[in-house]
Write a protein that binds this ligand. Structure first.
Ligand SMILES: Nc1ncnc2c1ncn2[C@@H]1O[C@H](COP(=O)(O)OP(=O)(O)O)[C@@H](O)[C@H]1O
Ligand SMILES: [Mg+2]
Length: 435
């Protein structure tokens, strides 16, 4: 195990950011001087329970974030600081089952018990905005079809290249960057890894993109649908499952349909069966439901699903099989908690494997143009409340992710929904004032 005191000494690190991710997907941290990291590595950093957003009350004892030294990253843009993800425990030693990274660690362990290692790649899209968040930062970025816009990506070269240079230095093997389908929107891709490593990288990526954008006087957002009429921020996940005994991709079978093995079909069957229940995690905010179920955008497509269907190499469905040995889940958005996102995919997939779930028929059609022809496919939840209820109704998924997590998460999400519906919006006044 990495000794963080030695790490600091060898690399000139002055401070550690001991970080954990709360149930809303927000990262919280304490900045600890290197001289104190030895003790913190053993005992953890203390946080007042109620303020952690891990569903603890003011009466609970402190929560301790114990650094997982395997995750430590020296900030490429501020080398005197290092970020480290942590395992949350209660003071007194009891586990904190609902902490998102702990939920994922349990799912990874369960997969390992069953002989599998899940490996994933994420594609977290983001916008670069003005610092107040009100507008797209580049006033010239106004094309109706801006995807892959060469001129627009060059106008943001300094930001994008700086982030990509950091990923190269960290050894993440980034391989492409582009302007995406909405004005002001970008995507950067790096190589897939084990689910926990991908979740840590996904968290750090969000922190890094926001930090580098701030240094350039901009604001980055991963919000699912910041602008009506423009494509939203997806966070597609590519998934494969590997056999721990042989080291081979258990989803790959050249002789099978689309090169997806029987195990791959069952894992996919679990995702299809639990899609509605998963949505409260893959699409966790009020705003998420304005990305899925959206009307067509000005570019001509939303690139987001509204129905639980799958297909081959065709981006109009919830699941795409782009090539042999993996599939892409296009449902998640930029607000998804990086740890819970991976955890719910493994939970649904393992339950599909355990029950030999069938993904159902493949629909090789353009869902945007011909979706009405598919009459028997389940629809995704229409709003956050629908999604909370779909999770509530999915006993299998709740049991996989654990009662502590499920109860706490549903409670906090219901509070969020209540807070939203207690607002009186301009739309209501426009439509109701004279009724
Ligand atoms: N076998 C695999 N298992 C999991 N992820 C994979 C696998 N092969 C590739 N990936 C990952 O899938 C992601 C693909 O993203 P990208 O190149 O943007 O594809 P696209 O936009 O065409 O869906 C990358 O993170 C890549 O590393
Ligand atoms: Mg992509």
């Amino acid at each position: 195990m990495t000794d963080l005191t030695a790490f600091a000494r060898d690399r000139g690190v002055k401070y550690f950011m001991i970080s954990y991710t709360d149930l809303f997907g927000v990262q919280r941290a304490k900045l600890v001087p290197a001289a104190a990291i030895g003790q913190m590595q053993a005992d953890g950093a203390g946080f007042a329970g109620f303020a952690t957003w891990l569903d603890l009350t003011p009466a609970h004892p402190d929560m301790l974030a114990v650094p997982d030294a395997a995750s430590v990253i020296q900030l490429p843009w501020k080398p005197e600081v290092a970020w480290v993800a942590s395992t949350c425990v209660m003071s007194g030693g009891s586990a904190l089952d609902q902490a998102p990274r702990n939920v994922l660690a349990r799912m990874v362990a369960l997969a390992a018990e069953r002989g599998f290692e899940v490996r994933t790649g994420v594609e977290p899209e983001f916008f670069l905005l003005t610092p107040d968040g009100a507008a797209i930062s580049d006033p010239a970025d106004t094309a109706v079809k801006p995807c892959y816009d060469q001129q627009a990506v060059m106008r943001r070269y300094d930001v994008i290249a700086e982030i990509c240079d950091h990923m190269l230095a960290l050894g993440w093997e980034p391989y492409q960057n582009d302007h995406e389908d909405s004005n002001g929107q970008f995507e950067m891709n790096w190589k897939f890894d084990t689910a926990l490593a991908t979740a840590d990288k996904h968290s750090f990526f969000k922190f890094m993109v926001r930090s580098v954008a701030e240094r350039h006087g901009l604001r980055a957002t991963f919000m699912p649908k910041p602008f009506a009429g423009l494509t939203g921020n997806g966070c597609h996940v590519h998934i494969s499952v590997w056999d721990r005994a042989t080291g081979l991709n258990a989803f790959a079978d050249d002789a099978a349909e689309l090169g997806l093995s029987q195990a791959g079909r069952h894992f996919l069957g679990g995702i299809m069966r639990h899609a509605a229940g998963m949505a409260v995690i893959t699409n966790p905010t009020v705003n998420s439901y304005k990305r899925i179920n959206a009307p067509r955008t000005v570019s001509g497509a939303t690139w987001a699903p509204n129905t639980v269907t799958w297909t081959g190499n065709n981006r109009t469905h919830m699941v795409r099989v782009p090539g042999p040995g993996r599939f892409e889940l296009r449902l998640p958005d930029g607000a998804a908690n990086p740890y819970l996102l991976q955890a719910v995919i493994i939970a649904a997939g393992l339950s599909g494997l355990a029950t030999a779930a069938d993904p159902g028929p493949r629909h090789d059609i353009d869902m945007y143009a011909q979706g009405h022809l598919v009459t028997d496919a389940p629809r995704l939840p229409l709003n956050l409340l629908d999604a909370i209820r779909a999770y509530e109704a999915d006993a299998g998924l709740k049991a996989m992710l654990g009662a502590e997590f499920s109860v706490g998460y549903q409670k906090l999400k219901l509070q969020e929904w209540d807070s939203f519906v207690s607002q009186i919006s301009p739309w209501e006044r426009d439509h109701t004032l004279d009724v």
